[in-house]
Design a protein around this ligand. Structure first.
Ligand code: ASP
Length: 578
């Protein structure tokens, strides 16, 4: 037997037992003739005492036999901190080269070196806890959905492109030369076909692939909790997955989320938070002040279709310099505002503003009151095109939330955003795009508008589409689907996809809808991000065992990489050289 106990198991009640442990040498300390070793495995760390001088390097894999004894100086930070092992025999199972960084709670290694030696980084506590949380959450998902009658069904990875708005990764076919598979951006069409096939409730914890530029914290392959249900309305879907989220919070974090989880229409989210994924851990809502500020000779406001403001609580002491810096901040291309106007309500009740030339104190007071500001608050205003300005105010709101420490990762404020527009007009390409994806159904009461040829009518069509938002992050989304062949064809028409193209790409699903497709709907959650948020972290990388870097590279296995000429030959593919 390699071991009788793990390194996280022994307690004071075990004192006197003869045990065998195995694990990695995390740290060695010498005191005279005595050597203390921290022996580590996935379960914890146990202190070993050897009364001989041994030569055990960091990360050596050893097996020790000895007696559990009470420790002289206890370590209250370790569950095993009351005991140590008086080692009688050491067996070196494997030597180790000195690792390129310290394998401790906090490592001295930079990100690149740790990525290259990911298997060493994965030995560290924070990563082990992250993956343990991921495992726990996956089990909770399975248990909950199984109890609700969902079947876990795998769908293929080598498929034909499914449009979710990103570029496909493609795989050349050797047996069908000149032809390619696409890796799924999601199993969208397959899960709908499973509904046509009568499986009623499907789920899968599944890998999805999207060849996007890797902004911020994205991965080219990521995992979704993908679900679909038949004979449901939006209400049924939301209730089912609200239950799942509440269960996960309770069982994995011991937190009871207040429920029902609030719902907000997409229009309200945009108007009040300037975002379709509002962080509602704090207020600071957007108010339109156009009527109050237009017509006073301040041409910037007079010429703007929309003027909006947020009230930043307790920020009146922002200095001139800080306000100038904030003005520069909103002018950065990432925010895109032309300038920033402030109205400050000092703690003595006096009003100071960057536009007091144009407005009387009374007029400014009306503004201040309309956004709910009190003494000591700062009102920040932006103006321009309505949605654009709201979005900019939304970004500013999040920034101020961060600066004021209002976004505590230990506080969870989930929300459903509902009633999305079905379509989004793009000026550049002069066509409509599906806001979710082309399989989302128009609301039944908007069917007439959906068949209209006027752009203004189509812009008004809404969908029973919904997003699950947690702390300003879109964690999941889905919709009630189209289940009639003619409606699906109309959707492709509206999106400017030609009949031939639709037939070539989606003939299979339009056809399937002709053979008795039940009404259905579903959603998918981003599992990596869900794990990160539950773990109180910003980045998803720590919650994926073997992630890629910002350039989409796996630096550990050094991929992507060239393939052999023979492989290219077999595929009948030539690489252009210039
Ligand atoms: N397939 C969608 C997505 O990946 C989710 C859904 O509509 O169920 O975003």
């Amino acid at each position: 037997m390699y071991r009788t106990h793990t390194c996280g198991e022994l307690r004071i009640g075990d004192a006197g037992k003869k045990v065998t442990l195995a694990g990695w040498v995390q740290r060695t300390r010498k005191f005279g003739s005595m050597t203390f070793i921290d022996l580590r495995d996935r379960y914890g760390i146990t202190q070993l005492v050897l009364d001989s001088d041994t030569d055990l390097g960091r990360e050596f894999v050893i097996q020790v036999c000895g007696e559990v004894v009470e420790r002289q100086s206890k370590n209250p930070n370790l569950p095993t901190g009351d005991v140590e092992i008086k080692v009688e025999k050491v067996n070196v199972l494997n030597k180790a080269q000195t690792p390129p960084f310290t394998i401790e709670e906090v490592s001295d290694g930079g990100e690149d070196i740790r990525a290259k030696y990911r298997y060493l980084d994965l030995r560290r506590g924070p990563l082990q806890r992250a993956l343990a949380l991921r495992h726990r959450l996956a089990q909770e998902v399975r248990t909950y959905l199984d109890a609700q009658g969902f079947m876990e069904i795998e769908t293929p990875y080598l498929i034909k492109s499914t449009p979710e708005g990103a570029r496909d990764f493609v795989v050349p076919s050797r047996m069908n030369q000149g032809q390619f598979y696409a890796l799924p951006q999601s199993p969208q069409t397959f899960k709908q076909l499973l509904m046509v096939a009568g499986y009623d409730r499907y789920f899968q914890i599944v890998r999805c692939f999207r060849d996007e530029d890797l902004r911020a914290d994205r991965q080219p392959e990521f995992t979704q909790i993908d679900c679909e249900m038949s004979f449901v309305e939006q209400e049924d879907v939301l209730n089912t997955f609200e239950g799942m989220m509440l269960t996960m919070f309770r069982n994995a974090l011991g937190i009871d989320i207040p429920h029902p989880i609030p719902r907000m229409s997409w229009f309200d989210a945009m108007d009040k938070y300037g975002s379709d994924k509002p962080d509602i851990r704090f207020g600071m809502e957007i108010h339109e002040i156009s009527d109050l500020v237009k017509g006073h000779g301040f041409s910037v406001f007079d010429n703007a279709p929309y003027v909006g403001a947020i009230c930043v609580g307790g920020a009146a002491e922002y200095t001139r310099k800080q306000l100038d810096e904030l003005t520069e901040w909103v002018k950065r291309p990432q925010v895109g505002a032309k300038g920033l106007i402030y109205v400050r309500l000092n703690s003595d009740g006096g009003i100071k503003s960057s536009i007091d030339k144009f407005y009387t104190e009374e007029e400014l007071e009306k503004v201040v009151r309309s956004v709910g500001a009190g003494k000591g608050d700062l009102v920040l205003c932006l103006c321009g095109d309505k949605r654009k300005t709201q979005t900019q105010l939304g970004v500013l709101r999040i920034e101020m939330g961060n600066r004021l420490g209002l976004r505590d990762p230990k506080v969870f404020a989930p929300l459903w955003v509902v009633d999305f527009p079905l379509l989004e007009w793009d000026d550049e390409t002069s066509r409509f795009y599906a806001m979710h994806h082309p399989f989302t159904a128009p609301k039944p009461e908007h069917m007439e508008l959906f068949y209209s040829d006027r752009k203004e009518d189509l812009e008004k069509v809404c969908a029973n589409a919904y997003d699950f938002v947690l702390n300003g992050t879109e964690l999941g989304g889905g919709s009630i689907r189209i289940h009639q062949a003619d409606v699906q064809s109309r959707m492709f028409d509206v999106l400017g996809i030609s009949r031939e193209d639709a037939e070539y790409k989606f003939g299979f699903i339009i056809n399937a809808f002709k053979y008795g497709a039940p009404p259905h709907g579903g959603l998918a959650f981003g599992f990596d991000r869900l794990c990160a948020l539950f773990g109180g972290q910003e980045t998803i990388r720590d919650f994926i065992a073997f992630p890629k870097n910002n350039q989409g590279r796996d630096v550990m296995i050094d991929s992507p990489s060239r393939i052999d000429d023979e492989q290219l030959e077999e595929l009948n593919i030539a690489i252009k050289t210039e």
